[in-house]
Design a protein around this ligand. Structure first.
Ligand code: T4K
Length: 368
């Protein structure tokens, strides 16, 4: 039977390599709670990302929630963010007792429109949570200027941007903290997983407390923390997958290049331009159908008919979610470019082992 082509497919190391990596867990029986694999993986990531500190998490969402919590912002404070994202970003803000204020995105790379941020700042604004959506880099320099001018904290949602570099550096060097997701659907995965990268030494203990019940020692608990620790099997997967990351990105690049060859310049089809100074991780391949001979939904349906699972990332916008209906800051009319994009975008299948024949098959359907 022909296999469906889904929007992505997790990359795995060879089974033997993973077995070798987890073998010693059968000797030690130490499976979680910041064990040897966790410590090793954390250290390697600090070096790889060029940051003084990395805190590992069981998933990216809890990493983001904890990073925002660590800022100790006043409850009810306003946080400027964009609605063209996964539910996690907005939920992480609100679950911290803060109010999301939705800023529109730009129509080039779909990240927050930095020219609109200042007009949204009030005396209640406490932070900015920009999203490096699809692995596209936000305007980090302008965000840094604005945050300094108004004394705002900045936490980047870099769930999609692991391995993206700007002027040779990882994106984790910007802002007060950066969250990466290592979910199975990401360029780099630890099955589920995530990390917070940060510069403030005092956060080492604080984030540890937040993700480990506030336990300092067997008889010392002085913080009301939860449980969000990365376990040893996740860390082992990270150690294996990190060895193959360059190969993963090279393979993805080939798939993206083929898509570009086939779709670039077609009337009504808009592709994202490669950003200057940025080394991409080729995480997603978003295509905007704007005045194309078929609508986004028609293309989506046509692909689905033959088992091709493109996705409408990110439709609907988070500021239209039912759970935010009563928020005065919600409403898609406040973010027209985000709404325009969400109604027209389709992210096409993309993964390292995707064949160029499958790319051609998808492009043929779209173009015919
Ligand atoms: N911020 C942003 C901007 C995010 O996009 C995300 C997550 C987060 C924060 C939170 O990070 P995490 O807490 O998740 O670490 C997926 C992912 O679950 C989610 O991680 C991701 N963003 C979001 C954009 O996509 P779904 O509901 O679309 O996933 P699902 O289950 O439909 O899977 C998509 C495709 O991936 C499948 O069709 C096949 C493939 N797949 C999926 C799984 C679960 C695999 O190949 N292997 C797998 O194990 O949310």
């Amino acid at each position: 039977m022909e296999q469906n082509i889904l929007v992505t497919r997790s990359s795995l190391p060879d089974l033997d390599e993973y077995m070798e990596e987890i073998r010693d867990l059968w000797d030690t029986h130490w499976l979680t709670n910041m064990g040897v694999k966790h410590q090793k993986f954390q250290k390697i990531l600090e070096e790889y990302l060029g940051v003084p500190h990395v805190a590992l998490y069981t998933n990216g969402h809890l990493a983001l929630e904890n990073a925002i919590n660590a800022l100790n912002l006043p409850k009810g404070g306003e946080v400027i963010t964009s609605p063209f994202t996964f539910a996690s970003t907005t939920h992480a803000i609100v679950r911290n007792g803060l109010v999301p204020v939705f800023c529109d995105i730009n129509d080039r790379d779909y990240t927050i429109d930095v020219s609109r941020i200042e007009s949204l700042i009030t005396d209640r604004t406490v932070a900015i949570v920009p999203v490096h959506v699809y692995g596209n880099m936000c305007d980090v320099e302008e965000i840094s200027r604005i945050s300094k001018k108004y004394g705002l904290k900045v936490i980047y949602d870099a769930a999609h941007a692991f391995a993206v570099k700007y002027k040779g550096k990882s994106l984790a060097v910007f802002g007060d903290a950066t969250m990466y997701s290592f979910h199975a659907t990401k360029v780099f995965n630890t099955i589920e997983g995530g990390a917070v990268c940060f510069h403030n030494d005092s956060w080492v203990q604080l984030l540890n407390d937040m993700k480990n019940f506030g336990i300092h020692g067997p008889e010392e608990v002085d913080y009301i923390g939860g449980n969000a620790k990365m376990n040893e099997f996740q860390a082992a997967m990270g150690l294996c997958n990190l060895r193959h990351l360059d190969e993963e990105i090279t393979k993805r690049k080939k798939v993206v290049e083929r898509y570009r060859e086939r779709l670039e310049g077609v009337e009504g089809i808009k592709l994202t331009k490669i950003q200057e100074g940025v080394e991409s991780n080729y995480a997603y391949f978003p295509v905007v159908f704007d005045s194309y001979k078929y609508t986004r939904n028609e293309v989506f349906e046509k692909l689905a008919e033959v088992g091709i699972g493109a996705r409408k990332y990110f439709y609907p916008l988070t500021n239209s979610f039912e759970c935010y209906r009563n928020y005065p800051t919600a409403g898609t009319e406040k973010t027209p470019i985000a709404q325009h994009t969400a109604l027209r975008v389709l992210t096409l299948p993309l993964y390292a082992d995707m064949s160029l024949e499958d790319v051609d098959k998808i492009c043929d359907i779209i173009l015919k």
